[in-house]
Design a protein around this ligand. Structure first.
Ligand code: ZN
Length: 250
């Protein structure tokens, strides 16, 4: 029952995070109230949406992804982020929720702009630093896992001259290491590379057989945002208590 409540709460927060992620640039230059204060409107016809058009996940499904007034298409991003935030709220320990909210905004922004805004990733690092205070069993390696992951991503960034990985990914790696400690933090990154590789292959394949119509063509040379994979890896590692050291022993 408590999980259902957390899921619903998460879905509501998710619809807010959608707006924060999409309007991040406006938010930085226009102030919080003027950007987030107004009620949501349809991106095509600008009609202000009614409350029944704003119910997380459900409105999108019932209206079949279209605006009630003009029939304009509504992005799949909205229900997916709402669903995902709901699942995160229901599956991670409470103290991890704030940092994951920041991670979700980073994911939304990185998918669109292929860059991680500094204020977001610095907030994530600060929030991650508070987590070890709750866990007295943090080992020395746990404390160092953040800097180790930072150095790992920073060297990929340096050696590929920023082509394979952005410097923002290194800062995000620092946050994940601080947040999850060594075993789950390293597991998260290994998982991120696996999901990233499989996801990219699936994307290239679907592109090849023309399954994805009207979307931007992606080739091996295209920049693929990596932050979403890091965030999904961190979530799964935390949710399933992954421990790469156990796997390595077998
Ligand atoms: Zn409309």
């Amino acid at each position: 029952m408590i999980n259902v409540f957390l899921f619903v709460l998460g879905a509501i927060v998710g619809s807010f995070l959608n707006v924060v992620g999409l309007r991040w640039d406006l938010l930085r230059h226009g102030g919080v109230l003027s950007t987030l204060g107004g009620r949501s409107s349809c991106p095509s016809c600008r009609k202000v949406l009614e409350w029944y058009e704003l119910i997380p996940i459900f409105s999108f499904l019932i209206l079949r992804g279209r605006c009630l007034s003009c029939g304009g298409k509504i992005s799949w991003q909205y229900p997916i982020v709402e669903l995902w935030t709901g699942l995160i709220f229901a599956t991670v320990p409470y103290i991890f929720i704030p940092v994951f909210c920041v991670y979700i905004v980073i994911t939304i922004y990185d998918l669109r702009h292929k860059i991680i805004p500094n204020p977001l990733v610095y907030s994530a690092i600060l929030l991650s630093l508070t987590i070890p205070l709750f866990f007295i069993h943090y080992t020395l390696l746990d404390w160092f896992s953040g800097p180790i992951l930072f150095a790992f991503f920073a060297s990929i960034w340096f050696l590929s001259r920023g082509r394979a990985m952005g410097f923002g990914d290194a800062k995000l790696g620092l946050s994940v290491g601080l947040l999850l400690g060594a075993s789950q933090g390293f597991s998260a990154i290994v998982l991120a590379f696996w999901i990233g590789a499989l996801g990219s292959l699936a994307y290239l394949f679907l592109n090849k057989i023309d399954f994805l119509k009207n979307t931007k063509r992606l080739t091996m040379k295209s920049e693929i945002p990596f932050a979403p994979f890091i965030v999904v890896g961190a979530w799964m590692s935390l949710m399933f208590h992954l421990n790469i050291f156990h796997v390595a022993l077998f």
